[in-house]
Design a protein around this ligand. Structure first.
Ligand SMILES: NC(=O)c1ccc[n+]([C@@H]2O[C@H](COP(=O)([O-])OP(=O)(O)OC[C@H]3O[C@@H](n4cnc5c(N)ncnc54)[C@H](OP(=O)(O)O)[C@@H]3O)[C@@H](O)[C@H]2O)c1
Length: 294
């Protein structure tokens, strides 16, 4: 039986990957690699082929137990961890020592053009160390609207970012989970390539807040901010230097670049179409307008 280890299992992507794997992959054992097993059991539904193991990116002593007898490692970079040499190098060395040969890494669209983001270095390391690999490079998550950007939406009915009029490509995390499950299941067929997982809509934050206002009936505005002020705003809110820098770059850089490429990798692999922003906002309307319902 194939044993698949999922890091970041309780997060946006991990949860969806586990859902789609357990729906379609009965012949495999799915192991959620988590910091807190009791907590993870509450978050993740009780699938028959799902088990749990203790694992902490920031604690090397947890690696060997988690990596025993694993066929495929689904690896992501938790947003607050940016030091590749300190955290990812030892992790990949331990994976290799424990006989893992296949790594599927959650990267980001445009990674090949941006040497400053940690994903760039992680991809290089995976290739350099001789793993069989798949890189999943998604565009901008629709779920940012219902996670990281949500507190400001609920408190002030606004989104403040250094994004200007730049267009972002919007993808539903559910679509990423679905395609990743197929890539894991048929690893050999898809290996040693990167896949750009994008939606079909390139939209600016102004356009997205307009759409949100129209669908929810709540007036949500977009406020542009210069990148330096945004960086220090994030620091003031408690973000580490690395995290503040990565999110500043991710929201500012698109202003200097061409519009994101729209890829057909998702539909080629799944035979389906990606979800639209309108569907997503309608689905999540209650979350976005929670303050109005209280
Ligand atoms: N947001 C976007 O638009 C976007 C677009 C493209 C790519 N990405 C990339 O996607 C990745 C984030 O994925 P996500 O949104 O699924 O993340 P997420 O929802 O923030 O979840 C992070 C996961 O990592 C786990 N984690 C954090 N620190 C850990 C540690 N020290 N040891 C073990 N587990 C730990 C968390 O577990 P706990 O339950 O223990 O906290 C959680 O399961 C980032 O690398 C980001 O750059 C994001």
């Amino acid at each position: 039986m194939k044993r698949i280890l999922i890091s970041g299992a309780t997060g946006n992507i991990g949860e969806e990957v586990i859902y789609y794997l357990s729906e379609t992959c009965n012949e495999s054992e799915i192991i959620a690699a988590v910091r807190n097993i009791e907590n993870a059991k509450k978050i993740l539904p009780n699938h028959g082929n799902l088990s749990f193991t203790g694992f902490d990116f920031e604690d090397e002593s947890s690696f060997n137990t988690a990596f025993k007898n694993i066929d495929v490692l689904f690896l992501l970079r938790p947003p607050h961890i940016s030091q590749v040499d300190k955290y990812f190098k030892p992790l990949l060395v331990a994976a290799k020592k424990n006989g893992i040969t296949k790594v599927i890494f959650l990267s980001v669209q445009g990674v090949e053009k941006s040497k400053v983001i940690p994903h760039h270095k992680i991809e290089h390391l995976i290739v350099q160390m001789g793993f069989k690999y798949i890189f999943v490079r998604p565009s901008y998550f629709m779920q940012n609207l219902t996670t990281t950007l949500l507190p400001e939406i609920l408190k002030n009915q606004s989104i403040t970012l250094p994004a200007g009029q730049a267009k972002f490509n919007w993808i539903d995390v559910k679509n990423i989970g679905e395609v990743t499950a197929i890539l894991i299941k048929s690893f050999d067929k898809y290996q040693n390539r990167a896949y750009e997982i994008t939606g079909t809509e390139n939209r600016s934050f102004q356009e997205v807040t307009d759409l949100m206002s129209q669908i929810t009936g709540v007036n949500i505005s977009f406020k542009n901010i210069n990148p330096l002020s945004f960086f220090f705003k994030k620091k003031k809110e408690g973000a580490s230097n690395g995290f503040a820098l990565v999110i500043t770059i991710l929201h500012f850089l698109p202003r200097l670049q061409k519009e994101p490429r729209i890829s057909d990798d998702f539909s080629v692999i799944t035979g389906k179409k990606t979800n639209k922003l309108k569907e997503f906002i309608e689905r999540e309307k209650e979350k976005i307008t929670k303050h109005k319902l209280q």
